[in-house]
Ligand binder design. Structure first.
Ligand code: PRX
Length: 658
């Protein structure tokens, strides 16, 4: 009988085969008790706890004087002050010196038969050569560099070269449109853009240099574009501005010294959706972020020296930053760089990669798992005996998907870690520790070290103590890898995270705590939706739709979707009460694809003659959500609507279909 089918209680962590001892081992006291003791220490004495972990996990060129300063209330936190270190040295040099032939990157190209392997020695050389190129293009310490690249080793090399010379990378997911790219380049004032001529995914090519060219028409500050030649296709070229990657890197020597950085110097910017307005450039600092990445890699994933880590996330999102690049490289293990899609050339692709490279850790979003589960168990081939930890991230994992992951993918041998965190938290904040803490299907489980969760009453802000309680999720203490600010908008940072509940970091998510102290994540409390693990603001989609000259008003709401988790549905009124045609509908979808990116396109569009609005003009999205869910009998109080009859007409429009 598998551990899971053994009743409905928590699954103990020692129910799993473990070839090496977990870092948090059972030493007479159970590993779970050890976790509780260490967690209590991290909360009671964060200075001592994080000070010793930071010295243990990272190499500092100057030791820090103080571990933490500032408060959540004031929003002025800084960590490891006086300390100096270089992120690239910690990810590459120290391993290249100790173990030059150890594999650092395993590139699995979109085409299954292609790829390459880079040792730590190779990685150091390639990063150094690119560092010279960036310097030659005028990039200096503190400058920002835009990276718009597919999942090829050069993308990881790009991040590392930036941080080696003290530049701040700003990766923009290569599925974003030229408008989104333009806005992010301009907001961060980037002068250099790194890209590829084309990207390849799922057997298809995408002309990403063309998107960069379009964006740059309105980015006057950009002086240089470095283009990695991924395919043989020719692209439009601006002499003087554009340079082929492969041509220029080879001109430079194999070593350049890393820049000495202060612990609080910015490491990177990553734009993410807020509930209102334009995307925010979330800023992470060097020392704190690296400590969070290394500590969660070591304790949540229980990474050991000889492991091969496969995170299926794209470097365009935080998951790719922390768990394709920083955590595995800081810990000196091999990381898989997968360019393709889980369905190409067939639904066995992930499992083939896992077997081919003796992967020990696999980490992916539930949306991919739902798709693969639906494709049928016959595709889940191979023995996967080496697989020890299976991670889930980005959205809630339904218990039946959790069980499928555990029983069919992991064959009951690997521990599932459902990791809850955000772009802003930098690394896991609520997650099991593989091999050490018990799990329950669907629960993110327990707080990581240094995280002191609180469930708050949304209306009063009062903390709700005890078991079996539900509310909004907030944290009472700062932790090293929390974002320091929103680029150029510290007030927005304060308003979003630290002012809603004074003295707490507000996550924006709802959560509950059960009788055993497990935390269960409920979902966003704001207008952010999660489509295939991609975070999108409904306000941003509405703004994109309203830009179209035909649209008068737009309201976008989320519906549940079997594969993508959530999907967006748009309700629109058109100007001059014009009738919708298939052409207008296509144009509106295109409008969102153009303005944000293809992944943000609404699943359905309903054109109606009016939206449900209060007398003061506020759109009641709750009514739209209920109608879409088929819960017309639970609309609640609609007497405040300026025209209650609109409800019947919207119900009819939904029944008639988009
Ligand atoms: O709503 C939560 C959801 O994803 C949001 C953060 O999105 P993003 O910044 O794009 O980062 C995603 C990858 C870390 C959260 O506010 N979320 C993330 N992980 C989980 C989750 N929801 C439920 N369970 C999770 N494990």
């Amino acid at each position: 009988m598998s551990a899971l089918t053994n009743g409905s209680g928590p699954v103990p962590a020692d129910a799993f085969a473990h070839p090496s001892k977990p870092h948090l081992e059972d030493d007479g006291t159970s590993a779970f008790e050890n976790y509780k003791r260490l967690h209590a220490q991290s909360i009671k004495n964060p200075q001592e706890f994080w000070g010793s972990l930071a010295r243990d996990l990272l190499t500092w060129s100057r030791d820090f004087d103080i571990v933490r300063r500032g408060s959540l209330e004031r929003g002025d936190l800084s960590w490891f002050l006086g300390g100096e270190l270089n992120a690239c040295y910690n990810c590459v040099d120290r391993h290249a010196f100790a173990n030059p032939d150890k594999v650092a990157l395993i590139y699995e190209a979109d085409e299954p038969e292609h790829g390459r392997v880079l040792t730590y020695d190779d990685l150091l050389r390639e990063v150094c050569q690119l560092s010279y190129v960036l310097k030659d293009m005028g990039v200096k310490k503190g400058d920002t560099v835009a990276i718009y690249m597919p999942m090829v080793p050069e993308a990881i090399i790009a991040l590392l070269a930036c941080v080696r010379i003290g530049a701040v990378h700003s990766v923009i997911f290569a599925g974003f449109s030229s408008d989104s790219l333009r806005d992010r380049i301009n907001d961060a004032k980037c002068k250099v853009v790194l890209t590829a001529n084309e990207s390849k995914r799922g057997g298809k090519t995408h002309a990403i240099k063309h998107i960069v060219d379009k964006a740059l028409v309105e980015c006057p500050a950009v002086t240089s574009v470095l283009v990695f030649k991924r395919t043989e296709s020719e692209v439009q070229w601006i002499p003087g501005r554009d340079h082929w990657w492969q041509d220029v890197v080879k001109k430079w020597p194999a070593y350049i010294a890393p820049e000495r950085m202060n612990a609080e110097d910015p490491l990177f910017l990553l734009y993410t959706s807020g509930s209102t307005g334009k995307p925010k450039g979330v800023l992470h600092s060097t020392g704190g972020y690296l400590v969070g990445a290394a500590a969660t890699g070591k304790y949540v994933f229980d990474i050991h020296d000889t492991d091969s880590f496969f995170c299926g996330g794209d470097i365009g999102w935080i998951t790719g930053h922390t768990y394709v690049v920083y955590a595995p490289l800081l810990l000196g293990v091999s990381t898989i760089v997968f360019e393709g899609s889980p369905m190409y050339p067939n639904p066995s692709r992930y499992w083939d990669i896992i077997d081919k490279h003796n992967v020990t850790h696999f980490y992916v979003a539930p949306t991919a798992l739902r798709l693969l589960k639906k494709s049928g168990d016959q595709h889940v081939t191979g023995d996967r005996a080496h697989l020890r930890v299976l991670g889930s991230v980005g959205e809630p994992i339904a218990p039946e998907v959790w069980k499928w992951y555990f029983e069919v993918v992991g064959k009951g041998q690997a521990q599932i870690v459902d990791t809850y965190w955000q772009t802003e938290t930098g690394s896991h904040v609520i997650a099991p520790l593989a091999g050490a803490t018990p799990t329950k299907p669907g629960a993110a489980s327990f707080p990581f070290f240094g995280i002191e969760p609180a469930i708050l009453d949304a209306a009063t802000g009062e903390e709700i103590d005890g078991a079996n309680v539900e509310g909004v999720l907030a944290f009472k203490q700062a932790w090293p890898s929390m974002a320091r600010t929103v680029w150029g908008a510290h007030d927005r940072y304060m308003d979003t995270y630290l002012r809603p509940f004074k003295g707490y970091y507000y996550t924006g998510d709802g959560a509950s705590r059960d009788k055993d102290g497990f935390y269960w994540i409920g979902g966003r409390m704001d207008d952010i939706i999660n489509v295939s693990g991609h975070r999108i603001s409904t306000a941003e989609i509405e703004a994109a739709l309203i830009e179209d000259f035909t649209v008068a008003e737009a309201a976008v709401v989320a519906v549940q979707d079997e594969i993508t988790g959530q999907a967006s549905v748009a309700f629109l009124t058109l100007k001059d009460h014009r009738a919708v045609t298939p052409e207008i509908r296509d144009e509106l979808i295109l409008q969102v694809r153009r303005t944000i990116g293809p992944f943000a396109a609404p699943k359905r569009i309903y054109v109606v003659d009016d939206l449900p609005k209060t007398r003061s003009g506020k759109i009641m999205r709750r009514v739209l959500r209920k109608i879409l869910a088929g819960e017309e009998d639970q609309l609640g109080d609609t007497s405040t609507l300026s025209d209650p009859t609109v409800v019947e007409r919207i119900i009819a429009a939904v029944k008639a279909g988009p």
